[in-house]
Design a protein. Structure first.
Length: 638
């Protein structure tokens, strides 16, 4: 094959973004779709963080578009000296790496750093419209797929100021273009509690609903709302703010934390209001400071029993709260900014938190004693568990791993290729075993609906046979003893029937994995299979539909081509009813199947959802059913 100048392409404008969206927003899935809103919301919040705006509104429109408005200074509309025939607004919208955040003249601290966000939104949208109020007039310009579709228009005179960006995601880029109002709600809530004095409104025109978020006391208010007082070890959150953070004093740092008796906890960390879902240097400093301060306080007061030594997890388990930094020139890992990497931030955060917590603990010894008592109990439990595990290891060191009897394992042990399918019942298991590729695909049938681990106590959890089988088959332990590198399969795939019962079983399994094998989920190794619900036949041609909507669209497409076509529709009652060839073609064969990767966009929202929907409070589930009743009526024909 020849290779010369004729094979070289030069992509103009934003075409590179459209060709490779994953480089800029991580992919084209639902998470990437919502990242478009994140980019615009971050820009609006930068105006608020810099003191130029105090109101933001996000609107989910009936036509599927989303708009983000702020009452900040407005995008500049005057011509750029370098591009005298184009306004600054047009350049910003149509050019990568164009913006006002490469220096500190317009923004002292900002989340948008690379001049990429809004232009990427524009590139990946069927159309975008920008309306700016500034310089005594309203201005408007429209774009289509990243290209200006109209000149900048000067409209009516106005004394207002602000920016309104409205966009419709491009269906040629995103398989799914419908936004989840719950995700948008959590984004808006976060921006409000991270910026005292900022009011953020979410307007959902599809539901004719509006929610307003405002936290006068910032993150302290949010943490009190997040963790009810009865769940806190100490009633008052450990909270504080440093107005002049960093070597040059241009940064700001704020935190609010509470401890709970549960093992699970969620720390939400941010830099310049950007959620750092994978943590980073600021979280490292926070955790180090908390451990050192609590250990030194306990040692100084002689509160540590003989033979007990604290470990970081003893202090950090059950910790919930928020850590927020505002710093000039933050450095993130990647455009999606999931991890903060600035050199020197760990040391500075650790110093601030440790000094503050030292005063907090010594200022109220009785309050601090409750926390130390909790940490001592956890340390004892950990040491006892370690001794127990050591006895088990010595006992079984010469024995082979005993796998569950119903597990049909694969031949290969290469985790880059192997998959474990978890199915419900022997019937589905029998079909799956015949449909699988025995070299790389293993099948584990489970009996009935597994235990709801959100409600079960430790005794029930340890005694449950199906849970034991799952943990043994995966081979990496569970809970705090879970080790991701020991997982025996590259992918763990939940494969349940395409009906309500199947969805319930999948929900129980998702709860188990998120609560007891959390790194598996965060590592992107848990998936949901997508078996079809219907078989649609026209003569000798057979197609498969995932759900009612897909079936109706399929039938409509067939009848448009051939009005008198005889369409036969059959509904699968379950995976066990599908013959192995059908199951292989539609659900298990990598070349033809569809998998959904399980991801966690918002750990706080996920924790709250599991607690509400799977936990011990039926009133919360009833409230959720009431809230979602209009959705069920509109989408489920009830």
């Amino acid at each position: 094959m020849s290779y010369n100048a004729s094979q070289i392409e030069v992509l103009e404008g934003l075409e590179g973004v459209r060709r490779r969206p994953g480089m800029y927003i991580g992919g084209t899935d639902e998470s990437a779709l919502h990242h478009l809103v994140v980019e615009l919301l971050d820009n609006a919040t930068d105006e608020a963080s810099s003191g130029h705006a105090n109101r933001i509104q996000v609107t989910l429109r009936k036509d599927g578009a989303v708009s983000v408005w702020d009452n900040g200074r407005g995008i500049p509309v005057d011509p750029l000296p370098r591009y005298p025939d184009r306004s600054a607004l047009e350049v910003i919208m149509t050019t990568l790496h164009a913006g006002g955040k490469f220096h500190d003249k317009a923004y002292e601290t900002a989340g948008g750093l690379n001049g990429v966000g809004v232009s990427v939104v524009n590139a990946l949208s069927a159309w975008t419209e920008v309306v700016v109020d500034r310089d005594g007039h309203r201005w408007r310009q429209r774009f289509e797929r990243g290209v200006a579709a109209s000149p900048l228009e000067q409209l009516d005179a106005t004394r207002r100021r602000g920016t309104l960006v409205t966009f419709l995601p491009d269906g040629d880029i995103f398989p799914l273009t419908r936004f989840d109002s719950t995700r948008l709600l959590e984004m808006c809530r976060a921006k409000a509690y991270l910026n005292r004095g900022l009011t953020v409104t979410l307007r959902d025109e599809t539901q004719d609903a509006e929610q307003v978020f405002s936290y006068p006391d910032g993150m302290r208010d949010f943490v009190r709302e997040l963790i009810p007082e009865e769940r806190r070890v100490i009633a008052d959150p450990f909270a504080g703010m440093l107005e002049r953070f960093g070597e040059d004093g241009r940064g700001r740092m704020e935190w609010a934390l509470v401890w709970t008796p549960e093992e699970r906890g969620v720390i939400l960390s941010y830099c310049n209001t950007i959620p750092t879902r994978e943590g980073g240097v600021h979280e490292t400093g926070l955790r180090a400071a908390l451990f050192k301060s609590v250990r030194e306080f306990a040692e100084a007061r002689n509160l540590i029993p003989k033979g007990v030594e604290f470990a970081p997890e003893d202090v950090l388990d059950g910790l919930n709260g928020v850590l927020s930094l505002f710093i000039p020139n933050p450095e993130f890992a990647g455009q999606t900014k999931d991890r903060l990497t600035n050199h020197g931030v760990t040391r500075r955060v650790e110093a601030v938190i440790k000094d503050s917590l030292d005063h907090w603990l010594h200022g109220a010894p009785e309050r601090a004693g409750s926390l130390v008592e909790l940490v001592v109990d956890r340390a004892r439990e950990r040491l006892n568990r370690k001794k127990s595990m050591a006895r088990v290891t010595r006992k079984s060191v010469t024995t082979r791993l005993t796998l569950p009897g119903k597990l049909t394992d694969c031949i290969s042990s290469d985790t880059t290729a192997t998959e474990l399918f978890i199915v419900e019942g022997d019937s589905a298991g029998g079909s799956a075993k015949q449909a699988r590729d025995r070299h790389t695909q293993a099948v584990l049938p489970l009996r009935g609906k597994i235990l709801n681990v959100e409600q079960a106590n430790l005794e029930k959890f340890e005694a449950n046979v199906e849970i034991k089988n799952l943990i043994t088959a995966i081979g990496a332990g569970s809970g705090r003893a879970f080790e991701l590198e020991k997982v025996r399969y590259g992918r763990v795939i939940i494969m349940t029937d395409a009906d309500v019962d199947g969805a319930h079983i999948a929900s129980l399994l998702l709860t188990f994995f998120y609560r007891h094998m959390t790194p598996l989920v965060h590592g992107g190794r848990l998936f949901l299979a997508q078996p079809p619900l219907y078989r649609v036949s026209v003569g000798a041609e057979t197609r498969y539909a995932l759900d009612d909507a897909a079936k109706e669209a399929m039938v409509a497409a067939i009848t448009r081509k051939k009005a008198n076509a005889k369409v036969e529709i059959s509904r699968f009652k379950g995976l066990g009813e599908m013959d192995p060839a059908q199951l292989r073609e539609t659900t298990m064969a990598p070349a033809s199947r569809h998998l959904l990767r399980v991801v966690v966009d918002d750990a706080d929202a996920t924790h709250d959802a599991l607690d509400r929907l799977m936990g011990k409070r039926p009133a919360e589930r009833f409230r959720f059913i009431q809230e979602k009743a209009p959705f069920a009526r509109d989408h489920l024909d009830i």
